[in-house]
Design a protein around this ligand. Structure first.
Ligand SMILES: O=C(O)c1ccc(O)c(O)c1
Ligand SMILES: [Mg+2]
Length: 619
């Protein structure tokens, strides 16, 4: 299907927006009037720029407060419309959006609205223009699509049809099923936006919190399914009003938008049966869901601190890369690479790359490419094992691996085996990684992991920390073998606030008590948890005196859900990175989120003094 986007969805000047939209591979664009009016480009220049970029101008909008008004107001409105038609002819645009009136001049009279829209369509027809009437969710008299359809049907003019907008329909919880009763030729345009479920005034919600499909909580795919079942074959057009996208880099937002449309078309395709599925619905290669973590790579200026910490946790260094300054540390299936050759780690260790076990690494890269993920050059020596990798939105490198499979080259082949034995402690594998996202890329990141890797997003959480609210959302495979927690990087707004974008790696232990004792015996630093936490824990849960005493003594944190229990502790932080050790008892599914505020406060207390005065951050 044709893919379009409204210029209001992106930041920047009109030519910058068009360039970004063209570069992301869209077919068309909705020109938002403000973008034209406020800029120096003539309509003819906009038209030719769009054409050069391969973009058609699919819609001109919005035309407001037209219908159901007294005769003198109608005359003024028609005059206004004639001016817009002239601009549209210069632009080469043939469809104009009229949104339902919010004006106090308008009256609640469907017959009058129909008559006046008929008159407008008649004039539009003389210019070869069509009118798409849209019910705004906060329209004064017309606020749902079925009402708009009754008026359009009564007006009965070939140049008058509907514009359906997923936000206005789903935000008001109007049943989208009846869309299927509208003839396809009367649906002139389809605008798509998602939004997070927020109990607030619908106008405010629409103007500030819309997001791309798949980033919010509305069933946009279901709605598109209803529209396509009518036989609609016009554009799928994104129209997103969002405070963050208005500020973010247009190129990047346009790519995020395109990724959302590709994923949306795939979701719609899954829901439609063969007869109602348009052939033009794009088919990206299917996601190749990873089956586990192959490794995590920490870039570090030297291996001393992290090597010591890993040893204290029971890891052993088992290999070094043939010709890169990278060490392999192992304990059972948990594998960590320490890379001392990366410029990223100037200010201390960072989590730079994740290896994911993939049933088909080449197909995983093809999937990522179809969703506009940057494929990383395979920078390597000729004799190295080929590596398939893409960059996530936050710059983390994702490698698709097939560790130790006879029919596939394994990344471990690049490592000479150290004579030492692999660690055989209680740590079995990587439980999850927690990546910190710049606040303006949070929704992009969750859509990325969901669409590119086929991970399932969990609930979005807001956690209080001493210096603000931290937003957190996990994505995981169904079986939980790959879990990634996405946190918003917090930007301290005052001088005393620490300046932190921590990332961490969580390791699964089958016996966390032994692991924490091992760490303590080795003299490695554990994050200190305040006594107040344990007093509160006793109030919240009755775990028996002995268990409470043990948790307090060993600095272990505790959580539980309907499926099981969770024990965890943290190491001190080095650079931007710290390690967590977790033990899941029963089928616990979470990440210990209720303990995150305690952890953050403890980390600030631990780090604040040292960091103040050396503020440097990239996000
Ligand atoms: O917020 C608005 O006014 C507005 C304008 C045009 C649209 O298509 C829309 O969905 C909302
Ligand atoms: Mg709209």
């Amino acid at each position: 299907m044709r893919r379009s986007i409204a210029t209001v969805s992106l930041s920047g000047s009109l030519p910058d927006k068009l360039t970004a939209i063209g570069a992301a591979g869209f077919d068309g664009v909705e020109i938002f009037e403000n973008d034209l009016v406020a800029g120096p480009m003539s309509p003819e220049e906009v038209r030719s720029r769009a054409a050069d970029l391969g973009l058609s101008i699919d819609l001109y909008q919005p035309f407001r407060d037209f219908e159901a008004v007294p005769p003198p107001v109608l005359a003024r409105n028609l005059r206004r419309a004639e001016h817009k038609f002239a601009v549209m002819e210069r632009l080469g645009a043939t469809c104009m959006l009229v949104c339902s009136s919010v004006s106090p001049d308008s009256v609640d009279d469907d017959a009058l609205a129909a008559e006046q829209l008929h008159a407008l369509a008649e004039r539009a027809a003389r210019h070869g223009i069509r009118i798409a009437y849209e019910a705004l969710a906060w329209g004064r008299h017309v606020s749902d699509y079925l009402h708009a359809w009754r008026i359009v049907r009564a007006a009965d003019h070939p140049n008058l049809g509907l514009c359906l907008d997923s936000f206005h329909i789903l935000a008001r919880d109007v049943d989208p099923y009846a869309i299927e009763t509208i003839p396809a030729e009367k649906i002139f345009f389809l605008q798509l936006a998602d939004a997070p479920a927020l109990p607030m005034d619908v106008l405010y919600w629409s103007r500030h919190y819309r997001c791309f499909p798949g980033q919010g909580d509305l069933d946009v795919a279901g709605l598109v399914g209803h529209v396509l079942r009518t036989g609609y074959d016009g554009p799928l057009s994104l129209e997103v009003f969002n405070d963050i996208f208005r500020q973010a880099a247009a190129m990047r937002t346009a790519q995020d938008a395109m990724r959302s449309l590709v994923a949306l078309e795939e979701a719609v395709d899954h829901r439609l049966d063969r007869t109602s599925r348009p052939a033009a619905l794009s088919k990206a290669p299917s996601p190749v869901v990873p089956s586990g973590f192959a490794f995590a790579e920490l870039a570090t200026p030297d291996t001393e601190a992290l090597g010591g910490l890993l040893t204290a946790l029971g890891f052993a260094r088992t290999g070094v890369h043939a010709h890169k300054p990278v060490e392999l540390w192992e304990q059972n299936e948990a594998r960590i690479l320490l890379n001392t050759g990366s410029p990223e780690s100037q200010d201390g260790p960072v989590l730079g790359a994740i290896g994911l076990e993939s049933p088909d690494p080449a197909a995983a890269v093809k999937r990522a490419e179809a969703l506009l993920a940057p494929v990383l050059p395979r920078l390597r020596a000729p004799e190295d094992v080929p590596l398939d990798a893409v960059a996530a939105p936050d710059g983390t490198e994702l490698f698709f691996c097939r560790t130790g499979h006879p029919d596939h080259p394994s990344w471990t082949g690049d490592f000479s085996q150290d004579p030492g034995e692999a660690g055989t402690g209680e740590i079995t594998h990587i439980d999850h990684v927690a990546l910190t996202q710049p606040w303006h890329h949070f929704d992009e990141a969750s859509l990325f992991y969901r669409s590119v890797l086929g991970l399932r997003p969990h609930e979005s959480l807001e956690l209080p920390d001493p210096y603000g609210l931290m937003r957190s959302r996990a994505v995981s495979t169904e079986d939980g073998r790959v879990r990634i927690a996405l946190n918003v990087a917090y930007v301290g707004a005052h001088d005393g606030a620490p300046d932190v974008a921590w990332q961490h790696l969580a390791l699964a232990s089958t016996d966390i008590v032994t692991t924490v004792r091992r760490l303590r015996d080795a003299g490695a630093a554990q994050l200190a948890i305040p006594d107040n936490y344990y007093d509160d824990l006793e109030a919240r849960y009755d775990l028996g005196a002995e268990r409470h005493r043990l948790l307090r003594e060993l600095g272990l944190l505790y959580d539980r859900d309907d499926h099981g229990e969770f024990l965890h502790f943290y190491t001190a932080t080095t650079g931007r990175v710290f390690l967590e050790v977790v033990q899941r008892l029963g089928g616990y599914r979470g990440y210990g989120a209720p303990n995150a505020p305690v952890r953050l406060a403890a980390q600030y207390a631990d780090q604040g003094g040292r960091r103040r005065g050396s503020r440097s951050r990239s996000s």
